[in-house]
Write a protein that binds this ligand. Sequence first.
Ligand code: PEP
Length: 246
Amino acid sequence: MRRKLVVGNWKMHGSRAANEPLLAAIAQARPFGCDVAVCAPFPYLSEVALAWAGGDLRWGAQDVSVHEQGAYTGEVSAAMLAEFGCRYAIVGHSERRQYHHESDQLVADKAKAALARGVTPIVCVGESLAQREAGETDAVVKRQLSAVIHTLAHCAGEMVVAYEPVWAIGTGRTATPEQAQAVHALLRAQLQAATPHASRMKLLYGGSVKADNARTLFAQPDIDGGLIGGASLKADDFIAICRAAG
Ligand code: PEP
């Protein structure tokens, strides 16, 4: 039985004043019976680390550089994230693939850079609405995951994978549990062919997860928790989702 994982993705939201009560409320609501993390904007990592130090709650970043160090203005290395106690780094979020033109290979290289410093990459894959309607969902997610599997090679079993259909992110339109499970089963099978650790790997679903749909999504056999955007900014909603996974 895989322990569930719920990860909040704050995106470019928050302020020091707003983060404080949110972090405190989540800490107060423990224990959840599942692993819980938030991926905060870089400037807030020290605030999260301070607020949650010494407990079982985890935190991470929303991106990471492929580079170790050097003249890469604006980039943040995996070693820096590790210094702030980051357990996770999201890589390949559809917003980065779309707005920053990140390729499958760049995403894979970021995942490798994170792992090299002991930061677990949460690798996002997912199809657009046009791709789903054209019947391309399976091919798209397999291609995205394949690049990471090949680049991580024998370490592929160390990543977390998040299936996030682009048409469900921030839209209020969630994949049905059956749609999500079908893609998760496909991804698990792909991982099974690549690593002996596939059955213990965590596959998260993301895309308009809310307190009222989380339980049925998380009840699917290959869905091991969620990557939560909008609902992770409201303490009550995020806590309810964590409880649904526990
Ligand atoms: C996300 O940003 O990864 C996400 C799933 O967002 P939302 O929950 O708001 O759809």
